[in-house]
Ligand binder design. Structure first.
Ligand SMILES: NC(=O)c1ccc[n+]([C@@H]2O[C@H](COP(=O)([O-])OP(=O)(O)OC[C@H]3O[C@@H](n4cnc5c(N)ncnc54)[C@H](OP(=O)(O)O)[C@@H]3O)[C@@H](O)[C@H]2O)c1
Length: 258
């Protein structure tokens, strides 16, 4: 198995992407530490992992709370001996669909501040502990919105947040590489199966229409799945990807070509 003997922290582990990545990590033999705000959601994912023979633990952590993030990372090291993998799948409070000339400062800045803050705090907490041991992998998350330049698009600060997270990932790779720590950002296209709970009132078009639009732009004529993200994250977290750092892993099914 790819991650046998590794300890992996998944922030936002009760969410769609975090849950999928946690299941993939556990399926590859990692001991998974799920962190997020709502214990019931974390426990649901952990229960599923355990019933499939995996090892998962949960903790309530607000990733915008510096002290809570630090205390949790310290507790994981105390209990498990170290953090080998950190993955941030925390949602970033984006406000989309409002015209640029009308969006408020707060709504525009919300995803930029939230995304960079949780990625900074979680990567710093894990990175420090990984550097001390001379190894580790920090995985971050952005979206195709970083290249979402189509006429009339109304992304607010969402794409800028992803761009900042990708830049932060490269900075981490540069600073912590000499201490054996790798950093890679996963850039995903929208994942329709993760929208099942989303209210269509929040969208400019029904989700089926958005899915068709994504497929039409995809070089592969498909949409990215949660399993795609889990598989890629497990590979990138593993020693098989030992030569990969400071880059963005394209999970857009070809809607974005680098
Ligand atoms: N899904 C997609 O189509 C897609 C595609 C590309 C990129 N992305 C990126 O991935 C992010 C996650 O997507 P998702 O579909 O997995 O969202 P999701 O299902 O809403 O999961 C987000 C998770 O983040 C947790 N969270 C939010 N604020 C937190 C905080 N301050 N501290 C700790 N945990 C917190 C939530 O927990 P609580 O519910 O307990 O607050 C939730 O479990 C998106 O926001 C976006 O930036 C998503």
């Amino acid at each position: 198995m790819l991650l046998e003997g590794k300890n992996a922290v998944v922030y936002g582990g009760g969410g769609a992407i975090g849950g999928a990545v946690a299941r993939a990590f556990a399926g590859e033999g990692a001991r998974v530490f799920l962190a997020g705000r709502t214990l019931a959601k974390l426990d649901e994912v952990a229960g599923e992992i355990r019933s499939n023979g995996g090892v998962a633990e949960t903790a309530v952590v607000d990733a915008l709370d510096e002290r809570a993030v630090e205390e949790h990372a310290g507790a994981v090291v105390e209990e498990a001996g170290g953090i080998d993998v950190s993955f941030n799948a925390i949602s970033i409070r984006d406000v989309q669909l409002v015209p640029f000339v009308e969006i408020s400062r707060g709504d525009f800045m919300s995803p930029i501040l939230t995304g960079t803050t949780t990625h900074f705090l979680t990567a710093r907490a894990a990175g420090r502990r990984m550097a001390e041991r001379g190894s580790g992998v920090i995985l971050t998350l952005s979206s195709s919105a970083v290249r979402g330049f189509v006429p009339g698009v109304r992304l607010g600060g969402f794409g800028i947040a992803g761009t900042a997270i990708e830049a932060l990932t490269k900075l981490l790779a540069a600073e912590l590489g000499p201490q054996g720590v790798r950093a890679v950002c996963l850039r995903s296209e929208g994942i329709p199966e993760s929208w099942k709970d989303a209210s269509t009132e929040d969208w400019s078009a029904p989700t089926a229409e958005i899915e068709a639009h994504i497929k039409a732009r995809s070089l592969l004529g498909r949409t990215t799945t949660l399993a795609d993200v889990g598989n890629a994250a497990a590979f990138l977290a593993s020693d098989r990807a030992a030569a990969t750092t400071g880059t963005v892993f394209n999970l857009t099914s070809g809607t974005v070509v680098d």
